[in-house]
Design a binder for this molecule. Structure first.
Ligand SMILES: NC(=O)c1ccc[n+]([C@@H]2O[C@H](COP(=O)([O-])OP(=O)(O)OC[C@H]3O[C@@H](n4cnc5c(N)ncnc54)[C@H](OP(=O)(O)O)[C@@H]3O)[C@@H](O)[C@H]2O)c1
Length: 263
């Protein structure tokens, strides 16, 4: 399958760890030049070095960005555009949610997490838009989460954060169609990153079981019988970034091994 990704440029937020890192690695393997955005510049630089070493001629730059600082977003995008010359693919992956039930969540955490996702994602997209319009294969890929569709679990904050992300994805798909830009969301189920470790720990504590028992309990809820890994998400991200997905827009696709019960 010809993906027509070689030589394209992607901006990836949350590239320092977990799912964003896996997406950056997968895009690099297809010959996509990268701007890696993150707060943890040392981790992003280590990844950039790894990717430049693995792929001859690949351009990978690192842009320091705390999405919780709205004023920092415009200059960060301008810096990346200055270094890369443009952008075809924007992957908004940075974010997370405070783990806990309602009374576990400190009041200030709500605004702190929402500032990153969906608000940081909205601001990133706004700044990238004039540059995406110049691409003939422009893509916006937002990493949401299955809790946006099925609220609950031990992270009550994941619901509204990821639902907001789904809503803006659909609205922007409608708005950007006229520019030939597709906008889609990927909804990971519980995925084996640092966040999975937190979920396992909380589940063990709440149920009074061991860490191994908590893992088994969580996986028993997944029809495909294993935890999602970051590579499961990056495979779909590569397809959505490619020329093969041009008529898919405004969609939200679960990658959860079937755990979400709704259709
Ligand atoms: N793992 C799951 O089970 C799961 C499930 C559903 C949805 N998701 C979503 O998938 C995305 C990635 O999650 P993950 O599991 O890979 O999490 P992770 O390993 O905790 O990584 C989170 C990433 O977000 C970045 N980030 C957080 N706050 C930021 C801020 N203020 N400014 C800039 N970057 C910031 C981090 O960058 P720094 O390290 O540089 O701070 C890091 O690269 C998130 O949007 C999350 O909501 C994950």
């Amino acid at each position: 399958m010809e993906l027509k990704l070689k030589g394209r440029t992607a901006f990836v937020t949350g590239a320092s760890r977990g799912i964003g890192r896996a997406i950056a690695i997968a895009l690099a393997a297809e010959g996509v030049h990268l701007a890696l955005f993150g707060r943890d510049v040392a981790r992003c630089e280590a990844l950039a070095h790894e990717l430049r070493t693995a792929h001859d001629g690949l351009r990978v730059v690192v842009v320091s960005l705390d999405l919780g600082q709205p004023a920092a977003i415009k200059p960060a995008v301008a810096t990346a555009i200055g270094q890369m010359g443009g952008v075809d693919i924007l992957v908004n992956c940075a974010g997370g949610a405070y783990r806990g039930r309602l009374n576990d969540i400190p009041d200030d955490a709500w605004e702190r997490y929402f500032a990153v996702k969906p608000l940081g994602l909205i601001r990133m997209t706004r700044e990238a838009l004039p540059h995406l319009k110049k691409s003939d294969q422009a893509r916006v890929i937002n990493i949401s989460g299955t809790r946006g569709r099925e609220p609950g679990g031990v992270s009550v904050m994941s619901g509204p954060i990821n639902l907001g992300t789904l809503s803006i994805t659909k609205a922007l798909a409608n708005e950007f169609g006229q520019y030939g830009i597709t906008v889609n969301a990927i909804c990971p189920g519980s995925t084996d990153t640092g966040r999975w470790t937190e979920l396992v720990t909380i589940t063990a504590r709440e149920r009074g079981i061991s860490i191994d028992e908590a893992k088994k309990h969580l996986v028993a809820d997944v029809p495909m019988g294993r935890v999602v890994v970051p590579g499961d998400i990056s495979d779909l991200a590569v397809f959505l970034a490619s020329a093969r997905s041009g008529m898919i827009t405004g969609c939200a696709i679960n990658v959860d091994g079937g755990r979400t019960r709704g259709i």
